[in-house]
Ligand binder design. Structure first.
Ligand SMILES: Cc1ncc(COP(=O)(O)O)c(C=O)c1O
Length: 384
C-alpha cells in the first residue's frame, strides 16, 4: 500500500524543530515572526483576547457569525459597493482559507459536474493537491515570464481559447510563491476578456492588506463585481489577523441574480454541514469585534501596516546583502519570492547552514528576521 505523500511545509517544520544548531532559519512556513524571531500576534488581538469574555461555546449558525460575515463583506467591497451588491452575495464562514477553497471546489464539482479550472503555475501547493483529491483537471499556464514578470500574454491566450471556466487568482497584488500578480491595467483588461468569454473567477485572498493596503489590494475584486462577473472570494484571516491556528476565513460567492444567490447559499450550508458541520467561532467573534469597532479596526490597520512595512524592509535588506543578485525581488509583494535555486542548493542550505527553504526555493520574508539576513545572504552567495 502506497502511503499518501507528506506535506512539505509541515515536514520541514518538523525537521527544523529537531535541528539542534544555534543558527537555524525556517524560511519555509508562511508565518510572520517578530524582529526577535518569535511568533507574532497583533497587539490589537492580544488586547481583545484579554478583554473579551469567551464563555459561550454554543454552536454558531451553520453559515457562521452574521456580523463576521457582514463585516468581512464590507471590508472586501468598501461601503458603496457593499450597499449595491451585498444582497447578491452568498456567505459561509469556513475553517481557514484552505477549507474555503476545498468547499468552493467541491461545490463547483457538484453543481458544475466537470468544472473547467484555469490556474497559473507555480501556485500554492494545496491548490493542485485539492484538484487532484477532488479529481478536478486544471488547465495551466506559466504564472511568470522568464523575466520574472506576470505572464499576462500567456494567460490571455488561454482565456481566449477557453470559455465558461473558473479562473483561480490569488487576491490582490500578492501571490504565493512568486510575489508577483497582475498590475491594475492588466486586471482591467483581464476583466473585459473574462466577461466576454463567460468565465467565472475564484480569488484566493490569503494576504489581504499585506500587498499595499486593504483598499488597493481589493481593487481587482471590486472591479470584477462592479462589472457583474460572477466571482467567489476566500478571505483568510490567518496571516493578516495573525490567527493562523484559529482557522478563520470566509467564502463569499457573488451572483448576478438573487435566485442564484439563494440557491448557492442553500448549497453552501448543505455542503459545509456535511464536511465541517459548524464554523470555528473564536476567530470569527474576534474578527467581527475588530471590524465592527472604528477604534479596533484602526488599530488593526496600523498593526497590519507595520507588519507589511517590516516584511518589505527585510526583503530590501536581503537584496542589498546579496549584492543585488536578487534585484527582481524588489517588485514582489507580500511574504514571498522565488530564489530560483535548484534542489541541490536548497538541500545544501539546510544541511550546511541550517537554512530551511521549500524545494521550489520560495523564501518567506515574514519569517526571516533582520539579525539573520546577513548570514542567510552570505550562505546563498557561497552556493555554486
Ligand atoms: C495562497 C494561499 N491560499 C490559502 C492559504 C490558506 O490559509 P489558511 O488555511 O491557513 O487560512 C494560504 C496559506 O498559506 C495561501 O498561501
Amino acid at each position: 500500500m502506497k502511503k499518501a505523500p507528506q506535506d512539505e511545509i509541515f515536514k520541514l517544520k518538523g525537521e527544523f524543530e529537531q535541528d539542534k544548531r544555534t543558527f537555524k532559519v525556517n524560511g519555509g512556513i508562511g508565518i510572520y515572526l517578530d524582529d526577535n524571531g518569535k511568533p507574532y500576534v497583533h497587539p490589537v488581538i492580544k488586547k481583545l483576547i484579554k478583554k473579551l469574555r469567551f464563555d459561550n461555546f454554543n454552536y454558531l449558525p451553520i453559515s457562521g457569525d452574521a456580523a463576521f460575515l457582514d463585516e468581512s463583506t464590507k471590508l472586501l467591497l468598501g461601503k458603496p459597493l457593499y450597499i449595491k451588491k451585498n444582497k447578491f452575495i452568498a456567505k459561509q464562514g469556513v475553517i481557514g482559507g484552505t477549507n474555503g477553497i476545498y468547499i468552493f471546489l467541491s461545490l463547483a464539482k457538484k453543481l458544475y459536474h466537470n468544472p473547467k479550472i484555469i490556474i497559473g503555475l507555480p501556485t500554492w501547493e494545496n491548490h493542485t493537491k485539492i484538484f487532484s483529491y477532488l479529481n478536478i483537471k486544471a488547465k495551466t499556464y506559466n504564472h511568470l515570464t522568464d523575466k520574472n514578470e506576470f505572464n499576462y500574454e500567456g494567460l490571455v491566450k488561454l482565456l481566449r481559447k477557453e470559455s465558461k471556466s473558473i479562473i483561480i487568482f490569488h487576491g490582490g497584488p500578492t501571490h504565493n510563491p512568486t510575489g508577483i500578480n497582475p498590475n491594475n491595467k492588466e486586471w482591467a483588461k483581464l476583466c473585459k476578456i473574462i466577461k466576454f468569454n463567460g468565465h467565472e473567477v475564484l480569488f484566493d485572498f490569503a494576504y489581504m492588506g499585506l500587498g499595499e493596503n486593504i483598499e488597493k489590494d481589493c481593487y481587482p475584486v471590486r472591479l470584477f463585481i462592479e462589472n457583474n462577473i460572477p466571482i467567489s472570494v476566500v478571505i483568510s484571516y490567518s496571516k493578516n489577523m495573525t490567527l493562523y491556528q484559529h482557522r478563520t476565513a470566509t467564502l463569499l460567492i457573488f451572483k448576478t441574480k438573487l435566485s442564484e444567490k439563494e440557491y448557492i447559499d442553500s448549497y453552501l450550508k448543505y455542503n459545509f454541514r456535511l464536511v465541517n458541520s459548524n464554523p470555528a467561532a473564536f476567530g470569527e467573534l474576534l474578527v467581527s469585534e475588530i471590524l465592527k469597532s472604528k477604534k479596533y479596526k484602526k488599530e488593526w490597520l496600523e498593526n497590519l501596516d507595520y507588519m507589511k512595512k517590516n516584511i518589505n524592509k527585510r526583503r530590501e535588506s536581503f537584496i542589498k546583502e546579496t549584492n543585488n543578485k536578487f534585484k527582481y525581488l524588489s517588485k514582489c509583494k507580500g511574504f514571498y519570492g522565488l530564489l530560483n535555486l535548484n534542489k541541490k542548493q536548497i538541500e545544501l542550505l539546510k544541511k550546511k547552514y541550517g537554512i530551511y527553504l521549500l524545494t521550489n526555493s520560495r523564501i518567506n520574508f515574514g519569517g526571516v528576521v533582520p539579525k539573520e539576513i546577513h548570514n542567510i545572504a552570505g550562505a546563498i552567495l557561497k552556493l555554486k
